[in-house]
Design a binder for this molecule. Structure first.
Ligand code: SF4
Length: 102
């Protein structure tokens, strides 16, 4: 491969990689759905007020995702990623049994 062809190939490869990276950055993470097996096992609810009181008697209404140590969102975010759910988004007013107060 001639030097100019090699340079052209590298430039095109870098551009393609950048486009792929940009495509990934734009895609919003999916919501963590209450019906998913992991969510069911954690007792996750989008609304902390809907938590099963019989199953989690120590839960209080003040415990919400947005004041949990695992919350990765900013103030005012309606949904954000959580350390526990990896690339999934949980509701600001949600809750699960792994809740840890900030
Ligand atoms: S770990 Fe915390 S932020 Fe994540 S779902 Fe449970 S309560 Fe919400």
């Amino acid at each position: 491969m001639k030097p100019s062809n090699r340079r052209s190939f590298v430039i095109h490869l870098a551009a393609a990689g950048g486009a792929i990276a940009c495509g990934r950055a734009v895609a919003a993470p999916k919501k963590f759905e209450e019906s998913e097996p992991k969510a069911v096992s954690l007792g996750y609810k989008h609304d902390s007020a809907q938590v099963d009181k019989a199953r989690f008697p120590k839960h209080t209404a003040a415990e919400k995702c947005n004041n949990c140590m695992a919350w990765l969102g900013k103030a005012g975010d309606p949904w954000a990623e959580c350390d526990l759910t990896a690339d999934r988004m949980v509701a600001t007013g949600g809750w699960c049994s792994s809740y840890v107060k900030t």
